[in-house]
Design a binder for this molecule. Structure first.
Ligand code: SF4
Ligand code: FES
Length: 246
């Protein structure tokens, strides 16, 4: 495949940044999107130019490190992570526009890399339990109804990639936060801190500069793990339980 690329280049957080055009020939349709960027970087390196900075780690859709806006869509045209997107999703001759996540709470560090530490600070504020750790308890020691276990498992699939924030016109982090609150709130071990958790996490969310939810649903459509919008309803119900007015 021959493709044209328009990529956001920004040397550091203070740089204004700009879109830069590149051309790539001989891109295999079986290569992943990140392998295509690796190929571009090899060429840039050979030409003595600065490679494009982008994040990745597992490249298996697990870690949540990767993530860029591709032709206006968080993680691109398929419902998957950027690392699991393949070039066969594009056509020979396509122009592909690549930008970092855009949100006040995710400042650009360099090129396509953003600082997603705000999500970590939301988890640090309340995404934990006080149950003793140690060797794994017997699976039947704490019975959990299947319905609750399934819902906790579904919510635990959130990998913290931030695509929900990037896709939301309000740059809201509520799908991410709702997933964490639902994950722990469905389990007996999550009950002691349940009220404090939702209060502390929502307070941190607002402090970080994320926007509010207006039920547009762009977050769930962009989520590579299919986290449903109703985790936000569960979070709001937990907030109401505490007597907080939403
Ligand atoms: S809710 Fe989905 S889109 Fe948002 S951080 Fe979690 S996995 Fe990523
Ligand atoms: S690099 Fe780990 S999810 Fe993409």
């Amino acid at each position: 495949m021959r493709i044209s690329l328009k990529i956001w280049r920004q040397a550091n957080p203070r740089d204004k940044g700009r879109m830069v055009d590149y051309k790539l020939d001989e891109v295999s349709e079986d290569s992943s999107f990140l392998e295509m960027l690796d190929l571009l970087n090899e060429h840039l390196h050979e030409q003595g130019e600065e490679p494009v900075a982008f994040d990745s780690d597992c490249r298996e859709g697990i870690c949540g490190q990767c993530g860029v806006v591709i032709n206006g869509e968080a993680h691109g045209p398929e419902r998957t992570t950027t690392c699991q997107l393949h070039m066969r999703s594009f056509r020979d001759g396509d122009e592909i526009i690549i930008e970092p996540w855009r949100a006040d709470a995710f400042p650009v560090i360099k090129d396509l890399c953003v600082d997603r530490g705000a999500l970590d600070r939301i988890v640090a504020a309340g995404g934990y339990i006080s149950a003793n750790t140690g060797s794994a308890p017997d699976a039947h020691a704490t019975p959990v109804p299947k319905e609750n276990a399934d819902r906790a498992f579904m919510a635990a699939e959130c990998i913290g990639c931030g695509a929900c924030v990037a896709a939301c016109p309000n740059a809201s982090g509520m799908l991410f936060m709702g997933a964490k609150i639902t994950h722990l709130g469905e389990l007996p071990q999550g009950q002691p801190e349940r009220d404090a958790r939702v209060l502390k996490m929502t307070e941190q969310h607002d402090l970080e500069g994320f926007g509010g939810c207006t039920n547009l649903g762009e977050c769930t459509r962009a989520c590579p793990k299919g986290i449903p919008l109703n985790v936000i309803s569960q979070m709001n119900r937990d907030l109401l339980r505490t007597g907080f007015s939403v």
